[in-house]
Design a protein around this ligand. Structure first.
Ligand code: PLP
Length: 480
């Protein structure tokens, strides 16, 4: 072995650097969670400047200074564990799950087939079966983990297409027929993208309008279905959002399930964010009706404290999960036709994928599902607290006055402002906040209007930080 290779694989170097890194991260966590921490959420730098900085760093390689590199990365990365991080709906990683990622990352077996993935493969199935239990799906539940909600939605809808269309589309294509899913106008864009990737074109999504709370209007399902039929489009399923991305609105699953049963349609639940309510007694009713869905996805890397990416794709009737792909790759497994739950690549999009189950399982096994439930309830409750503060403030407007979860949209508004001025001021507020780096929030457009948006992901965020961010927003808004 060469000298360089020996260095890269040296266990003592790994031990030393590993201890230093854990110390660095533990100090970071200790300091950052203090409400009065002077540390910023983000050290914002213009993209070109940051690129050039790293370009110069690379030009000087090799550095032989792994610890120094980790310190730089820590400085130049979003500090999501900071209580003033109020931005995207991406996981606030529980430290034990990061340790699990370390063992997963070093062992890194690959999960396509059992003989390679072993424990990781067994854990995947166990996790999906547990989800099946809490959804009251019974023992037949099958599924797997995949790399993100986008891929999860695509795989579930591919399965729906294969099961629902009489002709074998996988082998023969659509044979001139147009099929579609009914989808709320507020669904995540990954749903439309999946449908178009599947070759169903733009007409493959029939948009169902939403009510004032941005939930699917189930009273419009019949009309949308009929209109599609009149235009020669065969609807094969409904995709429900649990919840929608922009406003955190939960579509009424029980009503949608009634419609699907009456019309014999597939029901897919995109529970990327809100599927987490399954773990909470208090908020479980947001998902009433999920027990009648055919498939669902849940991102553990959103509301379940797990490093990215871990998405569960679950099928109520397990046999469906084997129908998605019929491609043969017999060098990998013995029986092409057999339902071998343990050879995951028969059913997943990926062949090789990361050892993702270990990250979720580590939390589940150590703390029990109660951990997820307590987190969900705390964060959803905090959403209600924030809504109360916004309503009491008087100079903020919310498109959804009573949020259903921890996603909130609002804008700063003064009497007499035009829509153009409201958009301009709120965009400027957000840009200033990001550049200042004390808080991080995001923005979205709803019905053409620009809103500030927060997802309260951090269990260390309290009412105090929410009061202070509103004060800061007000100061920036008045100054514009
Ligand atoms: C409702 C919903 N579905 C799907 C996705 C896509 O998930 P991912 O970013 O893991 O691909 C998102 C992402 O925000 C989402 O909010």
């Amino acid at each position: 072995m060469t000298e360089l290779l020996q260095q890269a694989y040296d266990p003592e170097h790994f031990r030393r650097e590993g201890h230093r890194l854990v110390d660095l991260l533990a100090d970071y966590l200790t300091n950052i969670r203090r409400g009065d921490s002077p540390e910023k959420v983000l050290h914002y730098v213009d993209p070109n400047e940051l690129y050039e900085r790293w370009q110069a760093d690379l030009a000087g390689a090799p550095h032989r200074d792994l610890g120094g590199f980790f310190e730089k990365i820590l400085h130049d990365t979003m500090h999501m564990h900071h209580p003033k991080y109020l931005g995207h709906q991406t996981s606030n990683v529980a430290p034990p799950a990061a340790l699990a990622e370390l063992i997963g990352g070093l062992l890194d077996p690959g999960m396509g087939v059992y003989e390679q993935g072993t424990s990781g493969v067994a854990l995947e199935r166990l996790l999906v079966k547990e989800l099946g239990k809490i959804m009251h799906w019974g023992d037949g539940t099958e599924g797997y983990l995949t790399s993100g909600g986008t891929l999860g939605n695509l795989t579930a809808l591919l399965c729906a297409r294969q099961v629902m269309v009489e002709n074998d589309v996988w082998k023969n294509g659509f044979q001139g027929k147009q099929y579609a899913f009914l989808v709320s106008s507020e669904a995540h864009y990954s749903v439309a993208r999946a449908v178009q990737v599947m070759g169903m074109g733009k007409r493959g999504v029939v948009q169902v309008p939403v009510n004032q709370r941005f939930q699917m209007r189930t009273d419009q399902l019949e009309a949308c279905f009929q209109q599609a039929a009149d235009e020669g489009v065969t609807v094969i399923g409904v995709v429900a959002s649990s919840c929608s991305t922009a406003t955190g609105s939960f579509d009424p699953l029980a009503d949608i399930a009634d419609f699907c049963e009456a019309k014999k349609l597939w029901l897919h639940v995109d529970g990327a964010h809100g599927g987490c309510a399954l773990f909470s007694k208090k908020y479980r009713s947001l998902l009433d009706g999920i027990e009648r869905a055919d498939s669902m996805i849940l991102d553990f890397h959103k509301m379940l404290m797990t490093p990215k990416l871990v998405t569960a794709v679950a099928f109520r009737r397990g046999e469906h999960s084997y129908q998605t792909f019929t491609q043969k790759a017999s060098y990998m497994w013995d029986s092409d036709e057999g339902r071998e739950w343990f050879n995951l690549a028969k059913r997943t999009f990926e062949l090789t994928k990361s050892f993702m189950s270990v990250r979720v399982y580590a939390l589940w096994r150590t703390y029990g599902p109660a951990l997820f439930g307590e987190y969900v309830e705390q964060q959803f409750d905090l959403g209600k607290t924030f809504a109360r503060l916004l309503a009491a403030a008087g100079d903020f407007e919310m498109p959804v006055a009573e949020p259903e979860c921890n996603i909130l949209c609002f804008r700063y508004l003064q009497p007499g402002w035009s829509e153009e001025k409201a958009d301009r001021v709120n965009a400027a507020i957000r840009e200033r906040l990001v550049r200042e780096g004390e808080f991080f929030i995001v923005q979205t457009r709803l019905q053409g209007k620009l809103y500030l948006r927060t997802t309260l992901m951090n269990p260390h965020t309290t009412e105090r930080e929410l009061v202070v961010v509103l004060e800061r927003i007000r100061v920036l808004g008045i100054g514009n």
